[in-house]
Design a protein. Structure first.
Length: 415
């Protein structure tokens, strides 16, 4: 009997104060459903609308096992394609269909990708401090747990919190997060110089520019960081300035990781084919789910470019699990960002139940032990969703402030 799709719902929940969106695809087989990540935290209502108003009518009654056919059907159905809202909506369905496929096979999803080529998935964790001493403490905390790759940031991504313009800004400059790119380059080089002298070279360090520099300054930063042997420099140039990577590549030996904002195959094809980056770093739901991300991974393998999938707090545990299953089976795996089951430090955790609201809503979330993450071992993605728990943490659709980054003259800069 064919397995038919009977319902498609997009469930919004914010157990850590961050909007998460998970798609549940139900079938005509009792109890058989799949879950997928459709999280676009800052436009979740728009994605929810696409899933429930447009994709559900398109999909109900169709063969739930025909993943490739349904991905293409969704992708071309609106004619205009490759946008973040549409891609995240498609991802929710796509990952849910892969989850279903694994449940049907009775296997964890990585088995369907060819089986595990590694025992655990090495991750990098995020260390942050207001000054060097705090950062060194944070690095020591992770190393004590066995973490070998650590991303080091001081003062966020080169700016403080959202608030009034500093006194030295232009008169009348609006509220924002104020960036000073030249000072950020100087401070970051001094920071890594001090870090290496304190923690040595036995730990791998990563740094994220988060697109916040003009390309010429990004090049200078990459050059000046060479003595400190970074594992990679993340998103050194903005999405729209990918051509600059050719110049960075020619002029610095610092390894480059790029792509957490990528939407479209043309954004990465040349970067990989010409080996202009060392690590391809995309947000899988932003690409449209597991189907296009696996194609990208296999394409990158041919060129010796390694993976470093985005794994931030504004991604659901279902999305994290998808990353881990792809990582386990990828020959060209590089590293996995892991934001953990701990709440981000800017959110007050509600202590109850398991002591972690995220785990109450998403039982089966992959576990991080030491410096490695392991899947739950259950069929499919292995993560479930407790809808009653999820309903206890409603999302909000307020104005996003962390993306309102500005320069001292008051003009907007990329976040
Ligand atoms: Mg990043």
């Amino acid at each position: 009997m064919a397995i038919r799709i009977t319902d498609v719902r997009a469930i919004a929940t914010a157990p850590q104060g961050i909007n998460l969106l998970v798609v549940k695809v139900e079938t005509n087989q009792p109890g058989l459903y799949g879950l997928g990540c459709a999280t676009f935290a800052y436009r979740h209502l728009a994605v929810q609308c696409v899933v429930e108003q447009y994709l559900k009518p398109l999909l109900v009654g169709r063969d739930a096992e025909a993943i490739e056919e349904l991905w293409q059907l969704m992708h071309q159905n609106a004619y205009w394609r490759n946008g973040p809202i549409e891609n995240n909506a498609i991802s929710g369905v796509d990952m849910a269909l892969w989850d279903l496929k694994g449940k049907l096979a009775g296997m964890p999803l990585y088995q369907l990708f060819g089986g595990a080529v590694r025992a655990g998935v090495p991750v990098y964790r995020h260390a942050e401090g207001r000054d060097l001493a705090e950062l060194v403490d944070s690095i020591a905390h992770w190393r004590a747990q066995g973490v070998q790759h650590i991303r080091c940031q001081s003062g966020g991504y080169g700016g403080g919190g959202f608030g009034p313009a500093p006194a030295r800004a232009a008169e009348g400059a609006p509220e924002g997060i104020y960036l000073e790119p030249r000072a950020y380059v100087r401070d970051t080089v001094a920071l890594f110089d001090a870090l290496r002298s304190q923690v040595g070279f036995e730990v791998e360090l990563v740094h994220d520019v988060h697109e916040r520099l003009p390309p010429a300054d990004a090049l200078r930063l990459a050059q000046q960081l060479e003595p400190y042997a970074l594992f990679f420099l993340e998103d050194a140039v903005p999405l729209e300035q990918g051509d600059w990577l050719r110049r960075l590549r020619a002029q610095t030996s610092t390894p480059l990781a790029q792509g957490e904002l990528f939407n479209h195959p043309l954004e990465w094809r040349t970067l990989i084919a010409e080996r202009l980056i060392d690590f391809i770093r995309v947000h899988p739901s932003q690409l449209g789910g597991i189907t296009p991300t696996r194609k990208l991974q296999l394409f990158a393998e041919q060129y010796g470019v390694r993976t470093a999938w985005h794994g931030p707090g504004d991604q659901s545990p279902v999305g994290h699990a998808a990353n881990i299953h792809m990582d386990l089976a990828a020959r060209n795996f590089g590293i996995q960002e892991w934001s953990g089951t701990e709440p981000p430090n800017f959110v007050i955790q509600e202590l109850r139940g398991s002591g972690n609201a995220l785990l109450d809503v998403f039982p089966g979330l992959p576990e991080c032990r030491g410096g490695h993450v392991y899947p739950s071992g259950r069929p499919g993605l292995g993560v479930d969703l407790d809808e009653a728990e999820a309903a206890r943490y409603p999302c909000s659709a307020g104005v996003t402030t962390w993306t309102q980054t500005r320069l001292l003259d008051g003009s907007l800069a990329l976040p």
